[in-house]
Design a protein around this ligand. Structure first.
Ligand SMILES: Cc1cc2nc3c(=O)[nH]c(=O)nc-3n(C[C@H](O)[C@H](O)[C@H](O)COP(=O)(O)O)c2cc1C
Length: 455
């Protein structure tokens, strides 16, 4: 950045206009996008403890395209589902072709105006097609250009986009050009540092010219592991470039909580902070010290369980998250590991007041002992029925084969045939009228042809 540009950034208070249904990232401490750890109950927990905005887990455009939106009548949650790919009913799961796959779930009330949908994409048209499906339900669309995991980069998505800045800018321009006017929500991007300040500056400058309203900088380069300490040397420059274009800038990487996030934002002139790992372990990090600060894990887990059950969260995901929320040395953790359903988890952890709610949810999710027994019985009945049908078919085929053999036999033995009342009417040929073909076909020599041949 030149000296005059720096001065301009300091004096001119530019701001990309925030669309009517969008949100301004300025002054916010937000929950980072996290695959698995950023499902709906975790986001509700973060909001409960004071997160200003929450990012959903990266959702790949291909997965989102083809989904159908519906409101779950039991929970009131908005769900985007699609049929499972190539699902065929099998012996193990006869209902496989009927079970819809849940791609994205959100709370239309508690997340209203506070949820950002993060998309994994490597193509402008697909990005728009996927974003269009969900844009009316969220407050912003964010593009993931920072995930270094092979499942993301191998498809040209995530951190791979940092190496193809033209493509990344084309994606952002396409989203800004169609999603902003159509749905009045903002578009943002989440990136990592490039190797040199000059490379990062050039990238940020290009991104800021696409019409985005916000940019999050994870202060690590793509090859850096999450255990390596963050680098904040380029931060001031990135913030200045963003502000020069009127784009809000959030700091990400090793932020421990709200107070530290706001302090770092002040120190670097940024607009706010984004928290992942610290929030994954204890979302009360979003609560300022003056409002109570960090909560005990027992309180946290009770809220988490309540939220998980309110939204019918997948039991496997709930257990995964509890494993992170409950401190490793807790003896209760072992008990929780073997719990097969919400009732067992609530009992194992001693949340007896949640057991009634757990019973209802277990029934809805078909993980209660009764539902499991019903499922097992239905599966066994389906298998029995399939076996019965197969047996029936085999019997039929056998009968047909027997009849056909009988007919062949009787055709070649006219004396036997004439006694059967079921035999079809046959034509009696005069001597010499038969051409012998039928006999040949039956494997009988023409010499054996009787004087009156039956066909
Ligand atoms: C479990 C987990 C899942 C993550 N999933 C995503 C993701 O879906 N999209 C993304 O942009 N970053 C993802 N990240 C990266 C975080 O958003 C964040 O950039 C990174 O962890 C650094 O922040 P922290 O130091 O506060 O953890 C994930 C991180 C974790 C720990």
């Amino acid at each position: 950045m030149t000296a005059s540009e720096g001065a301009a950034a300091a004096t001119v208070k530019l701001k990309v206009p925030i669309p009517a249904n969008g949100v301004d990232y300025r002054g916010k401490v937000v929950l980072a996008p996290m695959v698995r750890s950023g499902e709906l109950p975790s986001r509700l927990l973060a909001l409960h403890y004071g997160a200003d905005l929450v990012w959903g887990p990266e959702t790949v455009d291909h997965a989102m395209i083809g989904t159908t939106r519906s409101v779950n009548p039991s929970t009131g949650m908005v769900e985007y589902t699609k049929p499972p790919p190539n699902a065929q009913p099998s012996k193990k799961n006869p209902e496989a072709h009927k079970t819809p796959q849940l791609i994205y779930r959100l709370d239309p009330v508690r997340e209203r105006g506070r949820l950002i949908f993060q998309i994994g994409t490597s193509d402008p048209d697909r990005a728009v097609a996927a974003a269009r499906l969900v844009a009316a339900d969220v407050a912003g669309i964010d593009v993931n250009a920072g995930c270094p995991k092979p499942f993301s980069t191998s498809g040209g998505m995530g951190a791979a986009l940092l190496k193809t800045p033209d493509k990344l800018c084309a994606i952002l321009r396409a989203l800004v050009g169609s999603i902003v006017p159509e749905f009045q929500v903002g578009v943002s991007v989440k990136i990592r540092l490039l190797e040199t300040p000059a490379e990062t500056e050039s990238l940020v400058r290009a991104l800021c010219q696409t019409g985005i309203t916000g940019l999050t900088i994870h202060c690590r380069t793509a090859p850096m592991r999450k255990t390596e300490p963050v680098k904040r040397e380029q931060l001031k420059m990135i913030v200045d470039v963003c502000h020069m274009h009127g784009v809000a800038c959030l700091i990400n990487g090793d932020v421990a909580g709200r107070d530290e996030g706001m302090q770092l934002a002040r120190e670097y002139g940024a607009d706010g902070a984004m928290i992942a790992t610290a929030a994954e372990r204890n979302s009360s990090c979003f609560r300022a010290a003056e409002h109570g600060g960090m909560a005990d894990w027992r309180e946290l887990v009770e809220h988490y369980l309540r939220f998980a059950m309110e939204v019918d969260n997948k039991f496997g995901n709930t257990k995964y998250q509890l494993n992170i929320l409950i401190p490793g040395r807790e003896p209760l953790l072992k008990k929780m590991h073997t719990a097969p359903n919400y009732v067992a988890v609530c009992e194992a952890l001693g949340y007896n007041s949640l057991v009634d709610q757990a019973r209802v949810v277990d029934e809805r999710l078909s993980i209660s002992p009764e539902a499991k027994a019903r499922k097992k019985a239905a599966k066994e009945a389906a298998i029995k029925e399939k076996d019965r049908q197969q047996q029936l078919l085999q019997n039929q085929e056998m009968k047909q084969q027997q009849q056909s053999n009988k007919r062949k036999f009787s055709d070649s033995s006219p004396t036997l045939r004439s006694t059967s009342p079921l035999s079809p009417p046959r034509k009696v040929l005069a001597e010499g009228e038969g051409n012998g073909n039928c006999n040949v076909a039956f494997g009988v020599s023409s010499q054996a042809t009787p004087s009156a041949t039956l066909v």
